[in-house]
Design a protein around this ligand. Structure first.
Ligand code: ADP
Ligand code: MG
Length: 723
């Protein structure tokens, strides 16, 4: 039997895997695998516990002595919970997480082993930086890298390994991961936002960054997946004719979840909750085989660790259920791809959400101040924000009528838009009045809370939408590390808030009343950043033209989009906020180009292999069957024209494919000779990637006419529907 049919049969035999129903309520097992505050109190003595809390909450350095005590408590807890190894768990620029497990046991030199785990080992390790993407930092300096404990994200146990969240830096101090710049950007926005908050409330000491991600993914049966080398090696199907039925009936979104999938979700949620990931929502997504999982939002550093961890455990649990998880942004042509909406907000230690409209005019001015500053930041760095979410994989999703085009704009909704319009149009005399307590009164503004709170407009076509009390960055890709988007957002916002503060302070120094000074600056900003505001249909053709007229970044070539990282204004912004040094920006951009090239190179190789090894031979086989038939028909004096037509059709495709594959290989050879990573990526984009769709078109057309019994690869209609 044809391999494909064997796999389809195997898939049909995969039934729902029983999952152990948790015997207790989520509140009983939530976080049981986390070295959280409750556990710390039990396993650490009081001075150590207090010191560690101080480090976690206020960033106070921990002495090596105290680190030793923490390590001892952590080790005991880990051993009590069945762990026998530990690892520094970090997020290199590969996009995944990295871990190297060491045993807790050490020979004691007298023929016995002892369990050892010191504060030094907890705090720092030395992985080889040259084995991870580093953008050339290792060439100029040393290959050594350090991973160092991030006490603000708690350690946790996966299987029998204690995982310690760490940052990863070069010997010379440059960041080689996502966590370092994320922490820096969170601290930059904290500092800048806290100062601006002081215009409104002197009691604010700290501003937190919050992130709530929504993870979209596909599930595919493991047997069918294994019979598709393109899925196995690139994460997406490089060929495959559309299924007659896919998502056009809109019957999958929020539909009933199949038993096999529900069991997978249940186990995933159980494991997530034990690891302290506050998962909350699950549902079918728009495409068949597509689903979503979302937790409750958390402080951004922790939320991002949780997303990274989730992506890892998803994969493990899916295998148990004979599925594979596809996190690729566009695994199937013609149906929706997967994103990862990043819901982002800033909140004070006094419990105020800075993106939430308040109850009093002063709170509302604070809200409008933060809103307008974010819009101004996004306006100034729209090209860079696009670069932050761009990749060889996410580019497929953006602009294919399911996600916004590769243009960043902000959606504000009718209420906020009219408030900003009013603010902008009003002259200072008629709109601004101060009452006895010098509280600002603006017509229109005081109505915001009642109108807004029950009316959050939705516009799913916007890449960056204000949704009532947060911004939703929807352009982020499903496989992305959220940090990249959040780093850029926080850094750009920090820069903007700092500038705003300088400007307003200068006006106040010149004798202007504070509220009036704020109001005047906001008016100017609203006027200047108008072009970023777009509430219309982001999927439309007209928007692309309109955006170009407005001067927004409309570049669609990923390697050129990465250039935005190296713009003077980007380097300055990252430098001023302390998020990246120039060397770091350059190194990371280098990694982006290199990764882009490698991904296209792998896709081109895989497509070439499958085409020549699987598709062309099958086409030839079918052609010879048809030729044989035509001969016999001719002998019998029957009409064989239609058979000849079919043969011509197939022959046309196979010869075109062979020519195109040859050309693609030549194009690769030329591109591979280029040393410069940027030039090479551009060459790959312009001269290699273009063949992928051309070749695919011919294959997909042949799939329609060649005998189903011969077709070597599982088809879309088999891959997409989980039974
Ligand atoms: P959608 O309607 O877009 O599917 P949901 O209502 O399911 O979104 O929420 C999406 C995510 O937004 C969740 O993770 C939720 O916790 C998060 N979220 C809600 N409020 C905030 C906020 N103020 N800041 C950050 N994230 C938030
Ligand atoms: Mg959403």
């Amino acid at each position: 039997m044809l391999l494909r049919f064997k796999m389809v049969e195997a898939a049909l035999n995969h039934t729902a895997v029983e999952v152990e129903a948790p015997s207790t309520r989520p509140s009983d097992y939530f976080g049981v695998k986390v070295f959280g505050r409750n556990v710390m109190r039990k396993y650490l003595d009081k001075p150590t516990y207090d010191a560690l809390l101080n480090t976690m909450d206020n960033g106070t350095p921990l002495s090596l002595e105290l680190a030793d005590s923490v390590a001892a408590g952590m080790r005991q807890w880990a051993l009590d919970n069945g762990a026998d190894h530990y690892t520094h768990w970090f997020q290199p620029l590969t996009g995944g997480t990295a871990e190297k497990h060491d045993s807790f046991s050490d020979p004691d030199g007298k023929g016995l082993v002892i369990e050892s785990f010191s504060g030094k080992v907890l705090a720092q390790q030395e992985p080889d930086a040259s084995s991870f993407p580093n953008g050339g930092i290792r060439n100029t300096f040393e290959a050594r890298g350090y991973s160092a404990w991030d006490p603000t994200s708690p350690a946790f146990i996966v299987d029998t390994t204690l995982c310690i969240p760490t940052v990863f830096i070069a010997y010379t101090g440059e960041a080689l991961d996502y966590k370092v710049p994320l922490l820096r950007s969170i601290s930059a926005v904290d500092k800048a936002a806290t100062e601006v908050c002081h215009y409104f409330d002197k009691n604010v000491n700290r501003v937190y960054t919050y992130l709530g991600w929504e993870q979209e993914y596909f599930l595919v049966d493991e047997s069918l997946w294994a019979a598709r080398p393109d899925l196995v090696l690139t994460g997406r199907t490089l060929m495959g004719h559309e299924s007659a039925k896919n998502q056009q009936l809109e019957d999958h979104y929020f539909g009933a979840i199949p038993a096999r999938v529900i069991n997978f979700m249940k186990e995933l949620e159980y494991e997530s909750l034990k690891l302290g990931i506050p998962v909350k929502t699950r549902h079918n997504e728009a495409a068949p085989g597509q689903f979503e999982l979302a937790p409750v939002y958390e402080e951004a550093n922790l939320a991002n660790d949780h997303n990274q961890l989730l992506m890892t455990i998803m994969d493990k649990i899916a295998r148990r259920h004979r599925f594979r998880v596809l996190l690729h942004e566009k695994p199937f042509k013609g149906i929706n791809g997967s994103g990862k909406h990043n819901n982002w907000s800033l909140g004070t230690d006094t419990g105020v959400n800075l993106f939430g409209p308040g109850k009093t005019p002063s709170e509302n001015l604070q809200f409008i101040t933060f809103l307008v500053n974010v819009i101004a930041a996004v306006h100034r760095h729209n090209g860079l924000l696009k670069a932050a979410i761009m990749s060889a994989t996410n580019i497929h999703r953006l602009g294919s009528n399911e996600a916004p085009p590769a243009i960043i704009s902000t959606f504000l909704g009718s209420q906020i838009s009219s408030v900003l319009d009013k603010l902008e149009r009003s002259t200072s005399d008629d709109a601004i009045r101060f009452d006895a307590k010098s509280v600002l009164k603006m017509s229109g503004i005081s109505q915001i809370p009642s109108i807004l709170l029950d009316n959050t407009d939705r516009n799913r076509t916007s890449p960056f939408a204000f949704t009532g009390n947060r911004f939703e960055f929807r352009a982020v890709g499903s496989s992305d590390n959220c940090a990249e988007a959040i780093i850029t957002l926080c850094a750009a916002t920090a820069e903007q808030l700092t500038e705003f503060k300088h400007e307003v302070d200068a006006k106040i120094e010149r004798g202007m009343k504070k509220d009036k000074a704020i109001y005047e600056s906001l008016k100017r900003m609203i006027r200047e950043c108008k072009s970023i505001h777009f509430d219309g249909n982001g999927y439309s053709e007209e928007w692309k033209q309109e955006a170009a007229r407005r001067g927004l970044d409309c570049e669609t070539s990923a390697p050129l989009i990465f250039d935005r990282y190296l713009d003077d204004k980007s380097i300055k912004m990252f430098g001023d906020t302390g998020v990246y040094s120039r060397v770091e920006v350059e190194a990371r951009t280098e990694v982006k180009w290199e990764t882009y090239t490698k991904k296209i190179q792998i896709e081109a190789r895989v497509l070439g292999d499958i085409t020549m090894n699987n598709i062309i031979p099958v086409a030839s086989k079918y052609e010879s069957v048809l030729l044989d038939k035509a001969y016999k028909m001719k002998e019998l004096g029957l009409n064989y024209e239609s058979d000849i037509e079919l043969i011509r059709d197939i022959q046309g495709h196979t010869s075109a494919i062979q020519r195109l594959v040859g050309e693609m290989i030549e194009a690769r050879k030329v591109a591979n000779r280029i040393e410069d990573q940027r030039e090479k990526a551009i060459k790959y984009h312009d001269t290699v990637a273009i063949y992928l769709d051309q070749i695919r078109d011919h294959i997909d057309k042949m799939e329609e006419v060649i005998d189903d019994q011969l077709w070597p690869l599982p088809k879309y209609r088999e891959l997409l529907f989980i039974r």
